[in-house]
Design a binder for this molecule. Structure first.
Ligand code: ZN
Length: 294
């Protein structure tokens, strides 16, 4: 039995074998950023090269910094964390948009930044050129796919589990950037963020067939990020990087739906272009400082 499907780029291992995950693209590691109020990791390179904020929240300490809205946790606790997240990014971002994900391939285009917090039903990806809008998806093993077309100022953030990979949600994200922002595919950069690795992600043979066309009689392991990198290469995306973090390997740092037996919380992956700082004008110098009353 072949265990490498070179045509699709998928790595399929019969059950019981140990796979070394072949990360797609170059490895790009998210590093700790911000403060303890909102535990998170970010891509320094995307900040310095593209002026973008790209990152993911982490488990944090104590009960954990879960941002899952549709969980059994008391809603007040979860919303308090969302408020901390919102405050951590204000005023660079005055709007945060989150999709209530359905493992589909719908990508929503935001023509402008909402003022406040927007939750969209049935959306697994979204995109914009609007500064000040932080795109968000929730993850706990599924892949957050970060896309940017630096020349046009457009960004897209997608949620890709196996259904999203099989349904080519990546194509929908790229199509949105092309149609709405006139982005050239060769100029798009892509990062596959923190998610479950190929060694930890075992699926049934029917899932493997949906993903690769390969027909097996036993469960196997698939690397969703490697599959996405292959899809990106097929689309002609200029640059692809992959996080070396695995949500299941690194459970002290991340939430993993699979490794927890479905009991874990949710992280939020986020991507956006901050609002530009308003340049000083002559009027600013004439203004009196505002009095702040105690
Ligand atoms: Zn792993």
């Amino acid at each position: 039995m072949t265990d490498l499907n070179w045509q699709s780029g998928a790595v399929i291992r019969p059950y019981g074998h140990t796979a070394i995950p072949p990360y797609g693209g170059t490895a790009l590691r998210e590093v700790p950023a911000g403060d303890a109020a909102v535990p998170r990791l970010e891509l320094v390179e995307w900040a310095t090269r593209y002026g973008l904020v790209a990152g993911v929240t982490t488990r944090g300490s104590g009960n954990g910094f879960s941002l899952g809205l549709w969980s059994d946790e008391p809603v007040g606790q979860v919303l308090t964390r969302w408020r901390a997240l919102t405050e951590a990014f204000h005023p660079r971002f005055t709007g945060i948009a989150l999709g209530h994900q359905v493992h589909g391939t719908t990508v929503h285009w935001h023509p402008q930044a909402p003022d406040g917090w927007l939750v969209l039903d049935g959306v697994d990806g979204h995109a914009t050129t609007a500064p000040g809008l932080l795109l968000a998806v929730t993850v706990a093993d599924c892949v957050p796919v970060y896309l940017a077309a630096p020349a046009s100022g457009a960004v897209a953030l997608l949620h890709a589990g196996w259904r999203g990979v099989a349904g080519h949600v990546l194509n929908a994200g790229v199509a949105a950037l092309r149609a709405e922002a006139a982005a050239s595919v060769g100029d798009i950069v892509m990062h596959c963020g923190v998610s479950i690795c190929g060694e930890c992600y075992e699926v049934g043979s029917e899932v493997i067939e949906r993903l690769t066309g390969e027909q097996l009689t036993a469960p196997g392991r698939v690397d969703l990020r490697a599959l996405l990198a292959t899809q990106a290469a097929d689309l002609g995306i200029g640059s692809v990087s992959t996080s070396p973090w695995c949500s299941a390997h690194d459970r002290d740092r991340f939430f993993s739906h699979r490794a927890s037996g479905g009991r874990d919380g949710r992280m939020v992956a986020y991507l956006g272009r901050p609002s530009p700082r308003r340049p000083m004008t002559a009027k600013d110098g004439q203004r009196r400082p505002r009095r702040i009353r105690p």
